[in-house]
Design a binder for this molecule. Structure first.
Ligand SMILES: [Zn+2]
Length: 85
């Protein structure tokens, strides 16, 4: 089996500032962030109030990308330090 297909790491909604333990298994931090954004949008659309605060923060990050770099690099660093698998 090719190595790159196994090169997946897992982060949770909670690690990304959200309220639940939904797991995102992706190859890059950017893909994890994308998956979390989609998860937050879907949760809020489904009426899940517990995800609203994280959803608003996510929207704020897109509006103010410069101020959000610390969050972004924190996620990148956490992801880089994760064990694979
Ligand atoms: Zn969640």
């Amino acid at each position: 089996m090719p190595q790159e297909e196994n090169d997946v790491k897992t982060m949770t909604c909670r690690q990304l500032g959200g309220p639940c333990d939904e797991r995102f298994e992706r190859q890059t931090a950017d893909e994890v962030i994308e998956a979390q954004d989609r998860h937050l949008r879907e949760a809020v659309r489904a009426g899940d109030a517990s995800h609203r605060e994280a959803h608003d923060e996510m929207k704020g990050r897109w509006r103010h990308p410069r101020q959000s770099m610390a969050w972004y690099w924190g996620v990148k660093r956490t992801f880089a330090e994760l064990a694979e698998g």
